[in-house]
Design a binder for this molecule. Structure first.
Ligand code: E4P
Length: 216
C-alpha cells in the first residue's frame, strides 16, 4: 500500500515528502478552502513539488460542468487527477475523462456497488471513506476489503484509495484489507512513527554511548 497525503497545505506536503514515503496528494474543496489561496496556483505548486498523482476536485454537479472544469484542471500539470463525486453525473464525466486519457478519482464512496460502477465508468481510483462510515456506525475497513475482493475477482485495475483516515489503526487495517493507497492527514502520518519503546530505546542507546565516552 502506498501513502498519499490528504491536505492542500504546502508545509504539510513538504514535511511528508521529505520523509520519502509520499506517492501522491489528495485535496478536496474543504481542505482548499482552509488555505485561502487561489486553487489553480496552489495546484501548480503542489504538482511541481510531488511527482505522483495530485487529486483536484471539481465543484460542478452536472457532467458537462465537471468535464469543463476537469479539462482546465488537467492542463495545470500531467500529474493532476480529477476528483469527481459519486453521482450519475459524476460517472458520465468520469467516462468522458477516461476516453480522453485524464485520470480520475471517484470520491465519497460508501458502498461496494458505488465502487464497482465507478470502476466500470473508467475511474483510475475510487475513494471509500472509512472515518465517515464509522461516524454512522458502519464498518469502513470491511468496505475496503469487499471492494478489494470484487476488483480482484473481476480483474478490475482501478485502485482503491482508503480515505477519511482518522488514526494509525485505519492505516494498518486498510493495508490488510487490500487498499492500494491510503490518503492520510499529516497528523496521522506523524502518529505512525510513534512507539514508546522506540523513544525509550533511543534514550537508552544515547545514555550508554555517553557513559562509555566518559570512560575514554
Ligand atoms: C479524500 O480524498 C478526502 O479528502 C478525505 O479523506 C476526507 O476525509 P474526512 O472525512 O476526514 O474529511
Amino acid at each position: 500500500m502506498k501513502f498519499f497525503i490528504d491536505t492542500a497545505n504546502i508545509d504539510e506536503i513538504k514535511q511528508a515528502y521529505d520523509l520519502g514515503i509520499l506517492s501522491g496528494v489528495t485535496t478536496n474543496p474543504s481542505l482548499v478552502a482552509k488555505e485561502n489561496v487561489s486553487f489553480h496556483d496552489r495546484l501548480k505548486e503542489i504538482t511541481s513539488l510531488v511527482p505522483g498523482s495530485v487529486s483536484a476536485e471539481v465543484i460542478a454537479l452536472d457532467a458537462e460542468g465537471m468535464v469543463n472544469e476537469g479539462r482546465e484542471l488537467a492542463k495545470i500539470a500531467p500529474n493532476i487527477t480529477i476528483k469527481v463525486p459519486m453521482t450519475p453525473e459524476g460517472l458520465k464525466a468520469v467516462h468522458i475523462f477516461s476516453l480522453e486519457g485524464i485520470k480520475t478519482n471517484v470520491t465519497l464512496i460508501f458502498n461496494a456497488n458505488q465502487a464497482l460502477m465507478a470502476a466500470r465508468a473508467g475511474a483510475t481510483y475510487v475513494s471509500p471513506f472509512l472515518g465517515r462510515l464509522e461516524d454512522i456506525g458502519h464498518n469502513g475497513v470491511e468496505l475496503v476489503s469487499t471492494i478489494a475482493d470484487i476488483f480482484s475477482i473481476h480483474q478490475i485495475e482501478t485502485e482503491i484509495i482508503a480515505a477519511s483516515i482518522r488514526h494509525p489503526q485505519h492505516v494498518t487495517d486498510a493495508a490488510l484489507a487490500g487498499a492500494h493507497i491510503a490518503t492520510v492527514p499529516l497528523k496521522v502520518i506523524n502518529q505512525l512513527f510513534k512507539h514508546p519503546l522506540t523513544d525509550k530505546g533511543i534514550e537508552q542507546f544515547l545514555q550508554d554511548w555517553n557513559s562509555s565516552q566518559k570512560n575514554e
